[in-house]
Design a protein around this ligand. Structure first.
Ligand SMILES: NC(=O)c1ccc[n+]([C@@H]2O[C@H](COP(=O)([O-])OP(=O)(O)OC[C@H]3O[C@@H](n4cnc5c(N)ncnc54)[C@H](O)[C@@H]3O)[C@@H](O)[C@H]2O)c1
Length: 258
């Protein structure tokens, strides 16, 4: 899909990868970029910078998501591209409190379902639309030290595959974005605090700037590619995992014991 002239909505776009995607879409000539975030002030700052529209939005709130999509459709006529990008890390293992487990699944999985449910009726009626879901390399591989993140990101990849299989023949494109380490507060803050989960990510590959991920997303959308993997090593690890899971598990354990 050519992003020029399109109405694009990005969640979690007040920071990091979402903000970089919003900037990139604006630079590539999107008609409107709707910048949404749980933190309304951050959304407003990014929207001001790129001449977009800001909305405070909690992606876990099904009704708020439906209302926000409805308001954009009323104002701009349609949503062409919906980027479900908001995310959180937990740095927790199995013993994470139930509310942490639930929140990870709400923000990383249910949010993608609520967003797709809100935009798909009009997209299917037009026979055109694009869902871009930010998952993670943790959704293809694992994130040692963060069990709720790993499990919910795997579910995010599974949901994206389901959406692509179910709606792909009906004019709907779906991409799932699976970066490894990216230089945003989600990784850099716990890394500065010495958290094991963040250190394991940093030990696994390059830490890319958010702009590089936005560039990979822009290329992926132009090519309508399902799997967008900004770090080349992730594709390699993923292939190794599929061909020899035992060896891959041994390799991850070795990285952890360093
Ligand atoms: N940074 C990395 O290393 C990395 C790697 C792989 C995947 N990701 C994924 O990329 C996405 C973006 O993360 P980032 O690295 O840019 O982090 P970030 O912390 O810079 O940005 C995430 C944004 O999401 C917002 N957010 C959190 N919960 C929300 C909610 N319930 N509703 C709406 N907005 C909410 C935050 O306010 C924040 O502005 C996430 O899905 C994350 O899991 C990040």
């Amino acid at each position: 899909m050519d992003i020029e002239g399109k109405v694009v909505m990005v969640t979690g776009a007040g920071s990091g990868i979402g903000a970089a995607m919003a900037r990139r879409f604006a630079a590539d000539g999107a008609a409107t970029v709707v910048v949404t975030d749980l933190d309304g002030d951050r959304a407003a700052a990014v929207a001001d910078e790129i001449g977009g529209e800001a909305r405070q939005l909690d992606v876990a709130d099904q009704h708020a998501v439906a209302a926000a999509v409805g308001a954009v459709e009323t104002r701009y006529g349609r949503v062409d591209v919906l980027c479900s990008n908001a995310g959180i890390s937990t740095g927790a293992g199995l013993d994470a409190p139930p509310e942490v487990w639930r929140r990870a699944f709400e923000v990383h999985v249910l949010a993608h379902a609520w967003a797709a449910r809100a935009v798909l009726p009009a997209m299917l009626a037009r026979g055109s639309g694009y869902l871009v879901n930010t998952a993670s390399a943790a959704g293809l591989l694992t994130s040692p030290g963060d069990a709720p993140y790993t499990a919910s990101k795997h579910a995010a990849v599974g949901l994206a595959e389901w959406l692509a299989v179910t709606y792909g023949g009906r004019g709907i494109a779906v991409s799932v974005v699976c970066p490894l380490g990216v230089a945003t507060p989600l990784l850099l803050d716990p890394l500065a605090a010495g958290e094991p989960a963040a250190r394991a990510v940093a030990a696994s590959g390059d830490i890319l700037p958010a702009e590089a991920v936005a560039a990979a997303v822009a290329d992926g959308i132009a090519a309508e590619r399902f799997l967008i993997v900004p770090h080349a090593e992730v594709a390699r690890f993923w292939a190794q995992k599929a061909s020899d899971p035992e060896r891959w598990l041994d390799g991850v354990r070795r990285v952890l014991s360093r």
